[in-house]
Ligand binder design. Sequence first.
Ligand code: 5AD
Length: 370
Amino acid sequence: MLPRTDILARLRETDPAKLEELRRQADAVRRENVGDDVHLRGLIEISNHCRRRCLYCGLRADNARVRRYRMTGDEILASARRAAEFGYGTVVLQGGEDPNITGEWLAEVIRRIKADPATCDLAITLSLGERSEEELALWRSAGADRYLLRFETSNRRLYEKIHPPRSPDAKDRFALLPMLKRLGYEVGTGIMVGIPGQSYNDLVADIELFKKLQPDMIGLGPFLPHPETPLGRESRPAGGDQPSNDEMTTWKMLALTRLACPAANIPGTTALATLNPADAYETSLQWGANVVMPNLTPPEYRRLYEIYPNKADARESAEEFHETWVRRITALGRGVGVGRGDSPSYLQRAAMLMETTMLLSKKTPRISRI
Ligand code: 5AD
């Protein structure tokens, strides 16, 4: 692992030759560890209702300007079928922290996806915010495979400022991540780059936390100011200790994350593509990323899922997105991933668990009933 000072120096690097060296290094580590295939995950934004008031997110409860929607079970299933038709191995069900997405309601949707012959082979990723242990366990047992929960920043003070808690005793994301792992989920996390009040040292600490947690998936994108949020109105020029929320800073973080977590699945994110719709996805794939998440949300809802303004994929239809993607990946000399695309680190963990279970079942003497 790179020492702290080295990570910091690379984050502040401006010499194009040195930056290209970092990119090449991350690209090589990506190729060695997760290969050349790019996995496509169909993103379904199932609800934009949210009970939380995160200071950066356009879906926060206080934003009265959003028209709220929640997809029906049938609509979610229809979008999942599109994913299977396109040959994707995964659907990601993402939404705000919607109290009307109850444990049992979503468990039934998960069971339906897993029972339908057209969609039963899809891995299901959930990204629904901070939920209770009971709900997370229920969804896992209903068939959910993965859970995404970004911690957004490892700086606790900044974390607490931007995430007003729902209740004083609720578990925060740092506590939920290990719990998700214990429940057997493949776990993803991530951060935003250039949050007002974040420092370069915070970004270094983020990389170190990734290294410690070894998540199976890591998503990073630039912070994008949303005018209807408190942080969106708090403008801070980059400079001094405040990192920029630009593409280059995000790419540097992407490359350093790949070096810290060689076996993780790392997507090129929509937030980066929003900064640069022309080629941010391709560039991300050359800076360490190996996953893209085409948006399968029905267009009438997609416009309303405005976590930040001008979201890159708000206009294209699922077909357009899919077709351009296959072309774009092939043009990079990379292949489109087949199958679920589980991360190698998760597969190792699952294999170890299986071995231990088998060993234990062999060694534990049966206790006969008296
Ligand atoms: N800018 C950039 N990313 C954002 N997200 C939410 N709001 C914003 C914003 N204003 C990201 C968060 C969240 C993910 C679903 O979207 O990182 O985890």
